[in-house]
Structures are given as C-alpha cells and as structure tokens.
Design a protein around this ligand. Structure first.
Ligand SMILES: NC(=O)c1ccc[n+]([C@@H]2O[C@H](COP(=O)([O-])OP(=O)(O)OC[C@H]3O[C@@H](n4cnc5c(N)ncnc54)[C@H](O)[C@@H]3O)[C@@H](O)[C@H]2O)c1
Length: 388
C-alpha cells in the first residue's frame, strides 16, 4: 500500500484538527471520508473540508473499501463501540483519549486489535512537542536513577462559570472522572513517556465548584465554543457528579516522587500544561503555553534557556521541528507528527529521526487503570496501587 486512505469520525473541535493533520502527511495518507452525528453536520463538514464522502452514520464510513484507517474524534462514551466496530471491519484505528470508559473496555480493544493483527494508537499527541522530545532524548543519555521528582499541572479555565457546558460534564458521556481523564491523562502519559518510569501508586483529592450547573437548550456547538448571548429562561439545571479540579500525589517506580494538579476552572490558564523534572545533575521545565523553550536548571552555574532550534536538538526532536529556530512549533504540529509516526508504522516504513513510538492501546489502557486508581483513592482517601 502506498498511502493510507483515512476517515475521520466527529466534526466538532478535534475532528477538523485531525483532518488537517492527515493532509499535512501527504506522502503517507489521504482523507477519503468523514462522519458526523447527522447527515447535515457531516455534509457541512465535508463541504468545508473538501472531503469526497460523508455520512451521518459512522458505519457507512467504516464499511467502505476506500477506508484503511479511521480516526475516532467523538465524545468518550463512543470510543469503545466505534473502535470495536472499526477493528471488526478490518480498519486500523487512531482513537482520541481517553481510550474508553473503563479498563475492561480498553483491554477488549487490545485483545481485538491483536486478534485481527491491526494497528491502533491513542491520541496522546502532546508527546510530540519537539522540546518534550528533547528532554526525553537527554534523559535516555544520562545515567539511570538520576531523576528523583516529577511535578506538574494541566490547567484550563473554559469550565469556570456555572453556565459553561460541555458533554464532558455528564459522566454517562464522559466517564466517572472528568478533569483527570480529559487533561490529567495527557500529563501522566507524557511524564511516563519522557522518563520511562511507570506510576505505581496514587493518592488523590477531587474538588467541585458547583453541585448543580445550568446548560442552555442548544449547549455549545463544540469544545471551547463560548456560545452566544442567552436569557435565563434558555437554561435548565443539571447535577454535576465529576471533578472540576484535582490534586494527585504520584509514586513512580524507583521511589521517584510526583505530584500533579489538574483543573478546568483556573481563571486565566487556557491550556497550561507544565512539566518539571528534578534530577541530581539538572532540572528541566517546560510548559505548553510557551512550548518552544525549556529551562535547564543548575545548582552551581547559571541556568540555561534552550530555544527550539533543530540545529541544537537531538535527532528525534530535530525531526519534529519542521521550521527553523525562532519560528514557532505549536499544538497543531503535534498532531502532524503523531500521525507521521503512526502511519509510518502501519505502512511498514521507517521514520525520520528514529523509531516511531506513538501511544498504543497498551498506553491507553495504562491511563484507564490510572484513572480507576485515582477515582478509588479520591473516594477512600487512601493510596491506591495502579492495576496492570
Ligand atoms: N488530544 C487532544 O489534544 C484532544 C483535544 C480535544 C479533544 N480531545 C478528545 O476528542 C474527543 C472529542 O472531543 P471534542 O473536543 O472534539 O468534542 P466536540 O464536542 O467539540 O466534538 C465531538 C463531535 O462528535 C460528534 N458526534 C457525537 N456523536 C456522534 C456520532 N454518533 N457519530 C459521529 N459523530 C458524533 C459531535 O456532533 C461533535 O461534532 C474527546 O474524546 C476528547 O477527549 C482530544
């Protein structure tokens, strides 16, 4: 096969971002179909994105001969049934995070993909910032056991107001944890990927701003959409049963200490993911709102700021810098590079800058197991071992 023929399911926020990223890998893939929640939504997206086939029923898309691989970009409760249908129809899958609603569902997908000999990835795309890759490369070159603490946060503010609504507010659509599954898993995936250290135990506390929130009849069109002006009569109340924010202590293997704060209600923080790594020799810190630099901290000499410049980075990080130093690499570029890695593996091609190591179903399962341990810990107030 020369190029993969790809379909995207979901036309909200992230679906069109995937569609664009498919087209930024023209030597590996082409976009042949799109599915939405209705014929109208799918047709509108197909016209806007210039996709040859569309349907309001995703099963029409995965039944097609000219589709080899499907991107699942729908609310969380649909990931498992849609991924299962794709695998049963012989399609490779790239599923948005979190992979499923439970670890049992994630395990089932893993079993099915193995049985069908199909490839599958979970979209923990934030691994693909070049400066994150640079920290990973530096870690792999330093002696074992030098890292002793990992600290960080993922903070947003788009659900701060009582009338801010997303399907993520409803646990039947989103899962038993909201902020942790939605954004905390990005951080935990990244920390484990960058260091190679697994999280073994967790102690968590959840917080909620409102027990009841209000949503408008139409809700948001898609994630991060602020909606239009509304009158009080446009709203109905609904109970909230998931966390707006959480703090989690993490015990990594080898006795490495970790802590993570996640929040969807922190005013002024839009998509602020911070990663700090403390080592015996140096510390590294990075955040997603200024992603093209890392601070390298020293005890006995001046600290350094390393700006993204492919000429100064290790080969894999350099291969994820499409632009020269000073020109910014951003969120959209992480999608381009995760697809490059995944598609190359599906096609059996080598990847520029080293072996592809995209997040697999195993990584998706690991995050579900972490979510389950974190929920249990928040309920009991006790440290919980993470399942395997
Ligand atoms: N990796 C990332 O950085 C990232 C960022 C945002 C969202 N996500 C994930 O992507 C997924 C979608 O989130 P979003 O923010 O795009 O949500 P969204 O609400 O903006 O979009 C979801 C879309 O799915 C569509 N949909 C619902 N049911 C459908 C069905 N049966 N068939 C086809 N389409 C259907 C909706 O109409 C909507 O267009 C979530 O799982 C979320 O966690 C990941």
């Amino acid at each position: 096969m020369e190029r993969l023929r790809v379909a995207v399911i979901g036309t909200g926020f992230i679906g069109p971002v995937h569609a664009e990223a498919v087209r930024r890998n023209p030597g590996l893939a082409e976009l042949t179909a799109i599915a939405g929640s209705s014929e109208e939504a799918a047709g509108e997206a197909a016209a806007r994105l210039n996709v040859p086939f569309y349907s309001g029923d995703y099963r029409d898309v995965i039944a097609r001969e000219d589709v080899d691989l499907v991107h699942i970009c729908t609310p969380n409760y649909l990931h498992y049934p849609m991924a299962k249908d794709c695998l049963e129809n012989g399609k490779h899958v790239l599923c948005e995070k979190p992979l499923a609603m439970t670890s049992a569902e994630a395990r089932d997908l893993l079993r099915l993909a193995e049985a069908k000999n199909l490839k599958a990835a979970v979209n923990y795309n934030l691994r693909y910032y070049p400066m994150i890759q640079e920290i990973k490369s530096r870690n792999s070159k330093s002696p074992d056991g030098r890292i002793f603490a990992l600290q960080g946060s993922y903070l947003q503010d788009w659900l701060l107001h009582e009338t801010d609504y997303s399907w993520r507010m409803e646990s039947k659509l989103s899962g038993k944890t909201r902020a942790v599954a939605d954004i905390g898993t990005h951080w935990m995936d990244l920390a484990q990927y960058v260091t190679g250290l697994k999280i073994e135990k967790v102690l968590a506390q959840f917080g909620r701003m409102f027990e009841t929130r209000r949503k408008s009849a139409g809700g948001r069109d898609h994630t991060f959409d602020r909606g239009g002006e509304k009158k009080p009569s446009d709203y109905t109340s609904y109970p909230v049963d998931t966390e707006d924010h959480a703090q989690i202590l993490l015990s990594f293997e080898g006795g490495v200490l970790g802590n993570l704060t996640v929040s969807q209600v922190s005013a002024g923080y839009k998509n602020f993911m911070e990663y700090r790594q403390m080592g015996r020799d140096v510390s590294y810190s990075w955040n997603s709102e200024a992603p093209n630099r890392i601070k390298i901290g020293h005890r006995d000499q001046a600290n350094e700021i390393l700006m993204k410049d492919p000429g100064l980075l290790h080969s894999r990080a350099a291969s994820m810098s499409a632009y020269p130093g000073g020109h910014q690499e951003g969120y959209g570029d992480t999608l381009k590079f995760i697809l490059r890695d995944f598609y190359s593996d599906v096609l059996g091609r080598s990847v520029e800058g080293g072996a592809s190591d995209y997040p697999t179903l195993q990584d998706g399962l690991a995050e579900m197991l972490l979510c389950e341990a974190i929920i249990k810990s928040a309920e009991t107030g006790e440290w919980m071992e993470v399942g395997v």
